[in-house]
Design a protein around this ligand. Structure first.
Ligand code: AKG
Ligand code: FE2
Length: 205
């Protein structure tokens, strides 16, 4: 079980978001914001260790032009109602649902083994999201840098270092106008896991 020896959820000492959210982009739905220290570091580390070892990580492939290429990270996903949902994912989901008042019902996990793993610039697929609700990315493990860039050419991107225990909140609307990604790096970075909480329409699970 994850987090068996500690309280199910331990938001940072000073309270949820008290360590200072950073507003990165604005729109009518809250834009994009960064919230360091959502989860206390020892809890974040314990969740990371447990998930890394116990999640049935999947290597995926996808077509690219006339080839099939490896997706450069490992993934997993759960519906938050699933019986086999690990405790720490249930706790993290409950914390986010309660504190943000968003009915998150799914979590997608990304495992970046080292600096060669990445996610290319993209927006999350809007057809499999319920409009009006944000995407919440909870980071565990090593720091990785995210780049967020306007889809309009000529705009410089924003770079944000995603620390363990932090939350990045992206509005649904932001997915229309911005792309986000975690580029590969030659820096000697350790492994990182991100938990992406979303509100899926019932049919999409
Ligand atoms: O690892 C991250 O923080 C980003 C993951 C992501 O963009 C996604 O799962 O769609
Ligand atoms: Fe994404």
């Amino acid at each position: 079980m994850c987090a068996a020896s500690i309280p199910p959820v331990a938001p940072a000492q000073a309270g949820l978001f008290d360590t200072g959210p950073l507003s990165l982009l604005h729109d009518a739905e809250g834009g994009v914001s960064y919230h360091p220290g959502l989860i206390d570091r020892p809890v974040a580390d314990q969740w990371f260790d447990w998930l890394r070892e116990h999640v049935p990580w999947k290597a995926q492939q996808r077509p690219m032009y006339d080839r099939v290429v490896d997706v450069p990270r490992l993934v997993a996903s759960w519906h938050l109602e699933d019986g086999g949902l690990p405790d720490c994912l249930r706790d993290a989901g409950a914390l986010l649902r309660d504190s943000l008042a968003v009915p998150f019902n799914s979590v997608g996990l990304n495992y970046y083994r080292d600096g060669r793993d990445s996610v290319a610039p993209h927006n999350d697929k809007l057809h499999s999201l319920v409009a009006g609700h944000p995407i919440a990315l909870l980071s565990l493990g090593s720091v990785r840098r995210m780049t967020i860039r306007s889809k309009q050419s000529g705009h410089r991107g924003i770079h944000i270092d995603l620390e363990p225990g932090s939350l990045l909140l992206m509005s649904h609307q932001s997915q229309l106008h911005y792309e986000h990604g975690v580029p590969k790096t030659r820096e000697p970075v350790g492994p990182r896991i991100s938990l992406a909480f979303r509100v899926r329409p019932p049919a999409a699970g």
